[in-house]
Design a protein around this ligand. Sequence first.
Ligand code: OAD
Length: 266
Amino acid sequence: MPDLDATLTRAAAALAEARSVAVLTGAGVSAESRIPTFREAAAALKQDADEHTDMRALWEEFDPATLATPEAFNANPELVSRWYDWRRLKCLAAEPNAGHVALAVIERAITDRGGAFCLATQNVDGLHARAGSVNIIELHGSILSWRCTRTGAVELLGREPMLRHPMESRDGGLLRPNVVWFGESLPPGAMESAAEAAASCDVFLTVGTSSVVYPAAGLTEIAHVSGATTIEVNPDSTPATAIVDHQLQGPSGELLPRLVALAFPG
Ligand code: OAD
């Protein structure tokens, strides 16, 4: 495998010349912000539950890995609401890391010279926006806003834990997290906009995603067949590694700032 410095230099040269950039991110870009992934969170919350006997009984009956479905919410709205509120507060307590900030710097560098930039994320944690990114497509929704099960009306929440689980909405329904659950459709138009950006960009970055969940994972393939220079940032290889032009193997919090420093010096 070519050495990392040489690959960084080549990737930065492409980024420096780009007129349009599209990005796909996944949970890995938030790993250095210490946001637990779905499975880590399950173990952590179970440990919390062990300290609160009222939750213990619920865990016996429920497999945490199946919480992210409409069926789970309908079957046990209290547990699913408690679980997502716990993760919501974790996201609010987290800080964007240097990888998030570097992606916002790329957006400013490209748009300041009249270019196009689009960041499609599978993450629901809101950290890209807090790092300064602007043109964001949240392919899997947001854990920071919840919506009414009856009308779909979205309600923004404060920074405090919910008072009860589940909360009633203003419209007489229940509040559920405004995220895409397994088996649900992506937000209307989200994938179309992301695919359009991937098909028309000069440079495509895929950062911190295992590239196994479709349709999001298909964006790298769209960029590749459309002739974009494709760059992957991930400590591990993924199914996308075989088709990208430049594999930057390492943590995004370290490699994205190095890429930006080379592509946009000064
Ligand atoms: P995954 O947990 O599947 O993959 C995270 C990727 O990040 C892995 O490839 C890790 O190697 C990589 N990674 C870990 N630490 C990293 C770091 N510091 N810097 C860069 N990369 C790092 O998360 P996603 O690919 O985002 O869907 O998962 C995609 C979707 O699967 C999620 O959105 C969710 C899940 O089911 C829904 O909830 C609908």
